[in-house]
Design a protein around this ligand. Structure first.
Ligand SMILES: NC(=O)CC[C@H](N)C(=O)O
Length: 969
């Protein structure tokens, strides 16, 4: 039997060259056999010219033809429209449960695919007819599948409504076709995006007793997805994606309508608005679906948009990196959908404009891309030639995409990199010469990409120098994953997921629309800054803790956006300074201090800190209040000094001074408070008291991790007692000191301050916690050992209840230092002290800056030794280690380098740091902070200076056993 004039077999033309006649011949042989047997050889012969290039190029289509030759015959002999109508009505007519429809649906899909491909490739159907056929078939299968899974639930008694209920197989439940399917633009081998929602009230009436609604609808949604997507011997129907729903990573697969409306109205994204442009009810309760879509209209089409909202909508397209046109565009491996110059650029071009303008102009609310372009051009929002050019490109790109998918029925959008397979695509599009096909594709992509780039002129780019950073949509954008990988993240997908969850408003910082708009702009800068630290993983982890811990985000994000340098600093902190990162994470308010003008002022300049602390502490009303005020201000300042130290703004001396000035302000404020508290508790007392700092606080060389070495000294008339409790002077001094220690070291709701060490006081731990000035003097005159005098070289009165008393104490310290100690070999004492220490406390490793041979203790001991000798000789005294080492340049050099490193390490880390284990970017920064060219050379430099310093130490304090020293013992 030959073909009628309207039969598809008579209407089709060859699509292009036959790239592999042998392969086509194998299919041909098989078909001839069946056609001869079935009596349709003439029909086959009539169509063969058009079929041969198709079967030569597409393994998938020849497979279908060989497997079901009779279906091919049906397709060839009938009018294609009639055949399509029959496939659709057969699909709709299927009844029964999942078991009953599983196989027929797959056979119908194969037939539909063969029909569509032949009509398309044979030049009979245009793009609209092709996508229309695919979409309508998807509609029908979805309806049938829903009816089938509902049928099964009905059989099991879970669903009580009638199969022909006017509200659909499951009253209240409906599915929306989203994306291309929704707009009848479905791809040849695409997933279908269906969003399921349910109206709880409607549904409740239809459920069997004790059936829980959410569980039930989940089962329906998933059952439908499985029925269509699972692969059996007959293939599959459609892969179904249920994720185009509110925040799919945290919601069930089928969402209740009230919850969905609430989500879209409160945290809905612009890209979700864009997705709803194409949404359409496809199966289930049509009444509920219409109501839902109607209720969503104001969400999708917003009547008024402020500038920030417009920018945010445009972010959808601005996240794609715009290259210089033409550069690096290649046909081989080009992603026709998501790649440069691809379909997505055309869609975004249209959709962003639609979202911005469609609220006021309903004429722009077109669901189909080609129509949207035309409407935008007609309304004057796009030059007609741009719309035409993009339309032509769109049609060709979609055609190419279909041809790529027809090769193997795979959901791919990539022009094969393999020349042989690309040749097959070219042939299906009518090209014999691969080079000219490639060149044509490249021109096409470049044209779209150029138009797309024009959209950005004058707009802020939301990608990064590293590439695209797209976080819209439900799938990870492949280019974005590549960008993140290039940035150095070891788990790009999890970074993308976290960023996406922030966009979804899952943390307080992005819970408001404004917070999200700001985050859209901040995200690319954040990722770029993280990458630039060289330690993006650690930095991201710490930033995430910080950012998700903030209880609001607008102010901070606006600050970051307005102050890029500051932002880079904060990100650097995240990368390199867990201690500061943790402080920020726990008390994000510390960031507020960055807003303070004083934050960026030079350290060292008197910023009025003590006055502020003192005033606020007094205003706080009581002792506890004062402790909290001081802790808050301390934290801010500590953070400020830490940032400046870490960023290299201040050197070690200035940092030491700054940390010490801070400690001084704290000690003064809390000494005042402790005194007031002591008088309040014990009653008036005619005594005076002073606080002496020793150690690094005394020498003004504190780091972020220094503790406070303190002693207190008091004086009072001999028999004085306090008015209230009748405390004697020693009790009063002790009470004050205990209050002070508590004030400095206790942890309150505002955190802690310092560890306090009182062991350097006269008689150490065995002595009273506070001593009378006379006892202090007597102790150093009679009992103190050389190591106690060493400590005293760094003693400094930081606070006194009475200025005169403070001066008396200062004079007493100096007196003690200068008093000759006949018969004492200071050098030998210092040396044996150092040796003892070396035996008892070994350095913990190369980075033990204190105890390393030639490290800080060696230098400090020599300095203190020099100071003691100088004091006895009546020379000027100093607490500073470097000044004490004026005549020992090598030791001073070593001490300074160690101090520099210890400042950096102390502000960055809480525990004992191991720079060898830190990211190389941190090592580089450490080297830079110490003026070394790189980390390896820093280590070498350190080893070298230690060796020289140790030699200088040996010269200054020779070992008594060597007989060089004149040790009298
Ligand atoms: N995930 C995102 O990148 C969000 C971008 C933009 N805020 C939107 O709503 O689409």
């Amino acid at each position: 039997m030959s073909l009628s004039a309207t039969a598809l077999g008579a209407l089709i033309r060859p699509c292009g060259p036959v790239i592999d006649p042998a392969i086509a011949a194998r299919t041909h042989d098989r078909l001839i056999e069946t056609a001869d047997a079935g009596g349709w050889r003439a029909a086959l012969d009539a169509a063969w010219l058009a079929l041969e290039p198709v079967f030569a190029a597409s393994p998938y289509l020849s497979g279908l033809a060989r497997r079901w030759p009779d279906r091919l015959h049906d397709i060839l002999r009938q009018d294609p429209e009639a055949r399509l109508a029959a496939i659709l009505s057969d699909t709709d007519a299927l009844t029964g449960g999942a078991e009953d429809v599983r196989r027929p649906l797959r056979l119908l899909k194969a037939e539909l695919h063969l029909l569509t491909a032949i009509a398309d490739l044979g030049g009979h159907w245009d793009l609209d007819q092709v996508t229309g056929a695919l979409s309508r078939f998807a509609d029908a299968t979805t309806r049938t599948a829903l009816a089938a899974v509902a049928h099964d639930q009905r059989t099991r008694g879970k669903l009580t409504s009638a199969p022909d209920d006017p509200r659909g197989p499951v009253p209240g439940l409906f599915g929306l076709a989203m994306g291309k399917h929704g707009a009848f633009e479905l791809n040849y081998s695409s997933d279908i995006d269906i969003s399921f929602f349910f109206d709880p009230e409607q549904l409740a009436a239809a459920l069997g007793p004790g059936v829980e609604a959410q569980t039930f609808v989940n089962r329906i949604g998933q059952g439908l997805a499985t029925l269509l997507s699972e692969r059996t011997a007959d293939g599959y129907v459609f892969r179904v994606d249920l994720r185009l729903r509110p925040d799919p990573s945290s919601t069930p697969p089928v969402v209740a309508v009230p919850m969905a409306l609430d989500y879209y109205e409160s945290v809905g994204q612009n890209w979700e608005r864009a997705a709803f442009i194409k949404a359409r009810a496809v199966c289930g309760d049509a009444v509920a679906a219409a109501e839902f879509l109607n209720d969503l209209t104001p969400f999708i089409w917003r009547r008024s948009l402020d500038y920030q909202a417009v920018l945010d909508i445009q972010s959808i397209k601005r996240q794609i990196h715009v290259h210089k046109t033409g550069e690096g565009l290649e046909a081989a491996g080009a992603n026709l959908k998501l790649g440069r110059g691809g379909i997505r650029e055309i869609e975004f071009h249209a959709q962003t404009q639609q979202l911005i303008l469609g609220g006021r102009d309903p004429g722009l609310r077109k669901d189909r891309t080609v129509e949207a372009l035309a409407a935008l051009a007609a309304a004057g929002h796009m030059p007609a030639e741009v719309a035409d050019e993009l339309t032509i490109a769109y049609v060709r790109l979609r055609g190419l995409e279909h041809r790529v998918q027809m090769l193997d029925d795979e959901q791919t959008h990539t022009l094969p990199a393999d020349p042989g397979r690309r040749q097959a695509v070219a042939a299906l599009e009518g090209h014999a010469d691969l080079a000219s096909f490639d060149a044509g594709v490249e021109t096409l992509l470049a044209g779209v990409n150029r138009r797309y780039g024009e959209l950005f002129e004058g707009e802020e780019d939301l990608s990064s120098p590293y590439g695209s950073l797209v976080f819209t949509g439900t799938d990870n954008d492949p280019e974005t994953l590549a960008t993140l990988e290039r940035m150095g993240f070891s788990e790009p997908a999890s970074v993308a997921d976290t960023i996406r969850s922030w966009h979804h408003g899952r943390i307080p910082a992005t819970r408001t629309a404004r917070g999200r708009e700001l985050f859209t702009r901040l995200a690319p800068r954040l990722l770029t800054a993280l990458a630039d630290t060289g330690a993006p993983d650690a930095a991201f982890r710490r930033f995430a803790v910080f950012f998700s811990g903030m209880n609001a985000g607008v102010q901070v994000q606006a600050l970051f956006l307005g102050q890029p340098r500051l932002f880079d600093l904060v990100v650097g902190v995240m990368a390199f300074a867990p201690r500061l990162a943790r402080a920020l994470g726990r008390y994000p308010a510390a960031l507020d201090s960055m807003l303070d003008a004083r934050f960026q002022t030079e350290l060292g300049i008197n910023t009025g800190l003590f006055d502020q602390m003192d005033a606020e502490a007094r205003a706080s009303g009581d002792f506890e209040g004062a402790m909290n005020v001081v802790r808050r201000l301390h934290r801010e300042q500590d953070f400020r000094i830490g940032i400046q130290t870490l960023s290299g703004r201040v050197g070690p001396a200035a940092a030491g001074l700054a940390y010490t000035n801070l400690a001084d302000a704290v000690m003064r404020t809390l000494s005042e408070a402790a005194l007031v508290e002591t008088l309040r508790l014990g009653g008036a007392f005619p005594g005076v008291v002073a606080v002496i700092a020793l150690g690094k606080a005394g020498s003004r060389e504190m780091t972020a991790s220094s503790d406070l070495d303190l002693m207190t000294v008091y004086d009072a008339p001999p028999e004085a007692v306090s008015a209230g409790k009748g405390w004697s002077a020693d009790l009063w001094g002790a009470r004050f000191t205990q209050r002070l220690i508590a004030a400095l070291s206790a942890h309150t709701g505002e955190g802690g301050l310092y560890e306090v060490d009182m062991r350097l006081r006269p008689s150490g731990s065995k002595g009273p916690v506070s001593v009378r000035l006379a006892a202090f003097e007597a102790y150093y005159a009679e009992e103190a050992a050389t190591w106690e005098f060493m400590s005293l070289t760094r003693a400094r009165v930081v606070w006194a209840s009475d200025a005169d008393f403070g001066e008396r104490v200062t004079a007493a310290i100096e007196g003690a230092l200068r008093r000759p100690r006949p018969g004492v070999d200071v050098a030998a004492d210092v040396r044996s002290m150092r040796d003892l220490m070396d035996r008892e406390r070994r350095p913990s490793g190369f980075w033990d800056l204190k105890l390393a041979s030639g490290g800080q203790v060696d230098a400090e001991f020599v300095g203190q030794y020099r100071q003691l000798v100088r004091a006895a000789a009546g020379a000027t005294l100093t607490v500073s280690t470097v000044d004490q080492l004026g005549h020992d340049p090598v030791l001073a050099e070593s001490w300074t380098l160690h101090q520099q490193l210890s400042q950096l390490l102390a502000c960055a880390f809480e525990d004992r740091p191991d720079p060898d284990a830190e990211p190389s970017a941190f090592q580089a920064r450490l080297a830079e902070g110490a003026d070394a060219p790189d980390f390896d050379r820093l280590r070498a430099q350190l080893a070298d200076v230690r060796m020289r310093a140790r030699a200088a130490f040996e010269t200054a304090l020779p070992c008594p056993r060597d007989g060089v020293s004149d040790d009298p013992r």
